[in-house]
Design a protein around this ligand. Structure first.
Ligand code: FES
Length: 109
């Protein structure tokens, strides 16, 4: 791959587990997690289904295509679609199926 920078990304599960992975500038968080043998939920891999939703608690993430599965208020609250999200800084992201459940079940979001 290219010699671009690698961002140290902390993945945090609701059970308290945390893992740090390096995400290259040209790969998605989901892709980097798979490369590290970490299982994260996903479906379409194109930003349409929200199965891969995470929430950025620290750092800067950019979507590489329109995140169709998220509404503006979700984006404002820090939710990202990990299949199309690339870090632009070191990050901390809440991951796992609970994050999506929160998105769907919380009436304020
Ligand atoms: S896997 Fe469907 S939006 Fe990411």
């Amino acid at each position: 791959m290219s010699g671009g920078s690698v961002h140290e990304t902390v993945l945090s599960w609701s059970a308290g587990r945390e893992t740090v992975i390096g995400v290259r500038a040209d790969e998605s968080v989901l892709g980097a997690a798979e490369r590290a043998d970490l299982a994260l939920p996903f479906g379409c891999r194109t930003g349409a289904c929200a199965t891969c939703t995470g929430r950025v608690v620290d750092g800067w993430i950019e979507h590489t295509r329109p995140p169709r599965a998220l509404k503006d208020r979700h984006l404002a609250a820090g939710y990202v679609l990990l299949c199309i999200a690339e870090p632009r800084s070191d990050c901390r992201i809440e991951v796992g199926s609970d994050v999506r459940t929160e998105l769907v079940s919380n009436p304020w979001k």
